[in-house]
Structures are given as C-alpha cells and as structure tokens.
Design a protein around this ligand. Structure first.
Ligand SMILES: [Zn+2]
Length: 290
C-alpha cells in the first residue's frame, strides 16, 4: 500500500503546515509553526502516585495547546489512565486516548512485576473494563524476560489481540518474541542505543514490531539535523515508528512543549508523507477504533 494512500488527510495537513512555515515572503528567517503538526504521543504516563503532577484539566489543556490529538496512556497505578480515558468520553471528546494496562501500582514494581504473583490478577481485573488496547509500559532486562509471568503476559496479550509496550533491551525483546511470535510490540525507546542496522534487522524479522522514539540516542546531530542513518531508516520503514514524551517524572511534564518541539524539528526534515505517518498516522492505523 502506498504511503500517500494511507494518510492523505494528515499528509496534506502537514504539507500545509510545512509550506506555511517556510514561505513568509521577505522574512529574514523562516518562522516555524511549531504546533500546527498534529501528534500522537505514544509514550504518555499520567502517574497518579504519589499525586498527579498536573491536575486533569491542566493536562487536557496542555494537549490542546500542543496539538496532541491522541495519546497512548499508561499510569502507576492505572487510575491516571482511567481518568484520561473517561475524560475522552466526556469533557474532552477531541482527545483520543489509547489506554494500556500498566502492571504496576507503585514504582518498585518495575523491578518485581515479572515475578510478583499479583501481576496476573491486576492485568485480569483491569482488562475486564473492556477498553484497554495493550499492556505496558513494563521494564525488562535480558533474561529477566524468561520469567514464566512474562510469558503468561505475552500469551494473554496475543490471545486478546493486545499490544505490549516494552521497555526492553535487545535480549529481552528477542525473548518476548520467542515466548510468542504473534506478540505485537511497541518497543519503548527503541533500545536507547541499539545500532540502526540491528533495528533494521529486527524490523525485518518481526513484522509486528513498532519502535517508539523517546530518549532514543543518535536520531539527530548538532543543530538538530537528522543523522543520515536515521533519515534512511525513517524513509525505508515509515510505518514502523512512533514518537512519545515519556512523562515518567515531573520534569518531563514541565518540558512537554520542548520535547514535542524537538520531534517537530526533525519531522520537518522528512518528506511530508513520511513525517505524517510518524507524527500521527501510525498511531491512528494501529490503535484507532471506528
Ligand atoms: Zn516510560
């Protein structure tokens, strides 16, 4: 399927935005239009514990101001995700929320969820709400992914057609797919520093792998210019990448606008079609329900 056919509307929106920002007659410097490109934030935590950093109405206002049209929402515990999802059904119908079940109640669960006998019950009870589209973000390093509870989680997700949002190193990612080749994985941070050639090998080997780019090293060089190897990856696999904020600490919320501006900075260096897919189209294609 051609890229243009996947996303004509968003490509046009982005093209308009890009054109509008670079053709100001007589201006010394092109003026960026930073918020005109709609974005899907595929790594959003609205942690409820110990207390939300921003109240719900402030979060919703921030998304509007930043032109965030959709979010992949997770939180610790899941109260924050539920609050966002319920808002999207009521006072914020313009926001599209893709809720994922987080297998954590408190921060130390990051280390223990894969061996905690309560994890399965937590996932099962949350899943009964009926609106979740995935499980995660969860953390895994190396052979910790071999734990039986991880396989149970991967199989549960495959059985119910849920995505996994995995903060995993290369070895753990490979183990997830060994547990169940039908797994659909959103790879948080794309391995942080995994070599682009290895990422390409994974994209070829695992057709149900998508790469989320928060904290990802090496995408740009000085001046915010896309590096050749990443530009090539994006152009060759435009349907496999997503951007995300990773608001795991208060400081990320405080810098939300700067984080999104950085994405918009390098997205503008890609063709409008490719940029539109990474900005919002892939999220829409993967998660949008009619
Ligand atoms: Zn995260």
């Amino acid at each position: 399927m051609s890229i243009a056919r996947l996303l004509p509307l968003f490509a046009v929106t982005l093209l308009t935005a890009t054109t509008g920002s670079t053709t100001v007659a007589g201006a010394a410097e092109p003026q960026p239009a930073p918020h005109t490109v709609p974005l899907f934030d595929a790594h959003l935590h609205y942690n409820w514990e110990p207390v939300p950093h921003f109240a719900l109405d402030k979060v919703l206002a921030l998304f509007r101001e930043q032109n965030i049209v959709g979010i992949l929402a997770t939180s610790r515990p899941n109260d924050g995700t539920r609050a966002l999802y319920e808002a999207s059904q009521n006072q914020a119908k313009d926001l599209w929320v893709v809720p994922f079940i987080r297998p954590y109640r408190v921060r130390p669960d990051i280390q223990t969820w894969m061996s905690d006998p309560q994890t399965e019950a937590l996932i099962n009870s949350e899943f009964k709400r009926g609106y979740y589209q995935g499980i995660g973000e969860f953390h895994l390093t190396g052979r910790a992914a071999e734990a039986p509870q991880v396989k149970t989680t991967v199989d549960f997700a495959a059985r119910h057609d849920l995505y996994l949002h995995a903060h995993a190193d290369d070895e753990a990612l490979e183990i997830l797919y060994r547990h169940n080749p039908r797994a659909k994985v959103i790879w948080a941070h794309t391995g942080f520093s995994t070599a682009p050639e290895k990422i390409e090998a994974y994209l070829t080997r695992y057709p149900s792998l998508w790469c989320e780019l928060s904290y990802r090293y090496g995408i740009t060089e000085s001046g915010g210019k896309l590096t050749p190897e990443w530009k090539r990856l994006f152009e060759k696999y435009p349907d496999r990448f997503l951007i995300g904020s990773d608001t795991w600490i208060d400081e990320r919320w405080d810098n939300y606008g700067r984080i999104m501006a950085e994405y918009r900075g390098w997205l503008a260096q890609l063709s409008p079609e490719v940029a539109a897919m990474i900005a919002v189209g892939n999220g829409r294609r993967l998660f949008r329900r009619p």
